[in-house]
Write a protein that binds this ligand. Structure first.
Ligand code: PLP
Length: 402
């Protein structure tokens, strides 16, 4: 027997590449907060941390469901009234070839299930860089190597089609398109969506259209649904209550599968096997789906007005601050400014937190072109909080990089 017997329980090595920079920083923030400092949190995309509230008619619907005894397990794909409402929403989005819809514990679970049901060892999936880190975390868990395509900052963070084309291999099974985008706030044009659909069509790819922010639009344009423009292409469109309907804690998301029925049949069966194996999504909260999709949408007017003002303030600050520049976001509530600094953005973000108590997320947590540095801002806080945070960041930059 060895002199010292380690009793440490070592986690599986498949976790080595599972990272989630947005929450990983929370530990350092806790240390700073323990010292009595108030943190200005520009890091987590949770509107409920700020002056946004879940619409009351959604809360009523869940409360009523609980009172009506809807507290047991739900059917694995979801309850019928909610699935009907999701299909009607798909029709409003212009998706005409819906083959299936299912409800999950947030879009996070939709992603996990859809990728797990599709990918074999050796397959790959095209994901954007920068990326919302959920995708790379799920792929790491599945032991699938990353195959990223570039979002081009010089082109308003639109997908670089030449790069997408270059990265397709015989084992590429699909492509993820986040639109409106986290972390850049970019929204894709019709031409871009059609071009992505054409690449998928020619190369037999499934498109994962993450449209969780599709009602949070900062200019006059609408967010077009990729599946609506490509009825023949296999697309899973992701949506949920976390962002558009201000209820992230309820963990309600969904997938809408569209395309040709015969081609999709085996994949849909695979997805349903996984849906059954995890029993069901949160039950009473599913009753908020018809209320959300078919009830009053008034909250969106107020939310988008607040977001527009906060976005303008953010862009103005970025573009008037030395060493910072930013492509103006057009959707969601994120900005992804570029930093001209002589050190890593991870160091920048940690030092900013320790010295100025402002919490943002480093660009290396999302991915960026080698040699460039960025950080992600969540511009959900009110103008006064943002103004204070931006003054602190500007001051930090001025002192650190004289
Ligand atoms: N997809 C994107 C692009 C996101 O930004 C998020 C959350 O921030 C999710 C999915 C996860 O959403 P949910 O809360 O529904 O799991």
């Amino acid at each position: 027997m060895p002199a010292t017997t380690s009793r440490e329980i070592i986690p599986a090595s498949r976790l080595d590449n599972v990272r989630y920079a947005i929450r990983d920083l929370a530990c350092i923030a806790d240390e700073v907060a323990k010292k009595g400092h108030k943190i200005l949190p520009l890091n987590i995309g949770d509107p409920l941390n700020f002056d946004f509230a879940t619409p009351p008619h959604l809360i009523e619907a869940v409360y009523q469901a609980m009172k009506d005894g809807k507290n047991g397990y739900a059917p694995s794909p979801g309850i019928k009234p909610a699935l009907d409402a999701i299909r009607a929403e798909a029709a409003r989005k212009g998706i005409t070839t819906v083959q299936d819809a299912f409800i999950t514990s947030g879009v996070s679970e939709t992603v996990d299930i859809c990728l797990t049901a599709l990918l074999n060892p050796g397959d790959n999936l095209l994901t954007p860089s920068p990326d919302y880190p959920l995708y790379s975390a799920v792929l790491a868990k599945l032991g699938i190597e990353l195959n990223t395509y570039t979002l081009n900052e010089d082109d308003g963070w639109q997908p670089d089609l030449i790069d997408v084309h270059k990265k397709i291999t015989p084992r590429t099974r699909g492509i993820v398109l986040i639109n409106p985008n986290n972390p850049t706030g970019a929204v894709c044009s019709r031409r871009m969506l059609e071009a992505i659909a054409e690449l998928a069509r020619r190369n037999n790819l499934v498109i994962f259209a993450d449209e969780i922010y599709d009602k949070l639009i900062l200019d006059d344009d609408k967010c077009l649904s990729l599946a609506a423009l490509a009825p023949d292409v296999p697309v899973i469109t992701f949506g949920g209550l976390s962002k558009n309907y201000l209820a992230p804690g309820w963990r309600i998301g969904w997938g809408i599968v569209s395309g040709e029925a015969a081609a999709l049949k085996p994949y849909i069966e695979g997805i349903h096997r996984l849906l059954r194996s995890r029993l069901c999504a949160n039950h009473p909260e599913q009753y908020a789906i018809p209320a959300a999709l078919e009830g009053p949408q008034d909250h969106l007017v107020e939310v988008n007005a607040k977001l527009r003002a906060r976005c303008d303030l953010t862009v103005k600050w970025c573009n008037s601050t030395p060493r910072v520049s930013c492509v103006a976001p057009r959707g969601a509530f994120y900005a992804y400014p570029r930093l001209d600094i002589p050190e890593g953005d991870d160091v920048f973000v940690k030092e900013l937190l320790v010295k100025k108590h402002v919490l943002v997320v480093h660009g290396s947590g999302f991915g960026q072109k080698p040699g460039t540095h960025h950080f992600r801002i969540v511009f959900l806080p009110d103008e006064q909080t943002l103004t204070t945070a931006y003054a602190n960041i500007a001051d930090f930059i001025k002192t650190r990089y004289k």
